[in-house]
Design a protein around this ligand. Sequence first.
Ligand code: IMP
Length: 191
Amino acid sequence: MLELVFATNNAHKLEEVQAIVGEAFVIKSLNDIDCQDDIPETGVTFEENAKQKTDYLVNKYGLYCFGDDSGLEIDALNGEPGVYSARYSGSRDMEKNIDLVLERMGDHANRTARFKTVISLYLNEQQHFFEGSIEGQIIKERRGIDGFGYDPIFIPDGHDKTFAEMSAEEKNAISHRAIAVGKLADYLKTK
Ligand code: IMP
């Protein structure tokens, strides 16, 4: 059975990917390979950050692997917070990050935005990218308590609930991450 390292220690992400990919591949975490390193994420695009993760593992361990990077792009803020989504306000405190987005958006009429995920895969000496995105709108006040990150202020197009008002199943059926992981899984099934 082929082993693939996922450049994460997020157990939830790991389970989600293993479930979609099925039994053809064993997915290992960074902990599983005893990698405690703080892998750099200094790129200015999701692609660069995702590839930094796989480049790091390939160079250090010579392993087949994949890594992801996600974030929220808001058109009225010229694509911000983008690759800086996790620390937009300078801290990882998501309350502060959301407050900053709401403050910068103010009453701006254009509220279009999208969540994006890019996955970088290194397998059989080849580099591949898989992308998922979901379009939506930034609302003016938080709604809902589920999910994480910017979920309370994002309503995906064609829906009337924020991501934070949806169940995990509802969100996972349409999310940027699910789309990218689905593409990765489809590709792996051909291997
Ligand atoms: P990561 O690359 O998946 O760790 O995502 C980076 C940051 O983007 C997170 O810390 C969140 O702030 C934001 N983000 C990514 N995906 C989501 C999502 O599904 N909902 C809300 N925020 C997200």
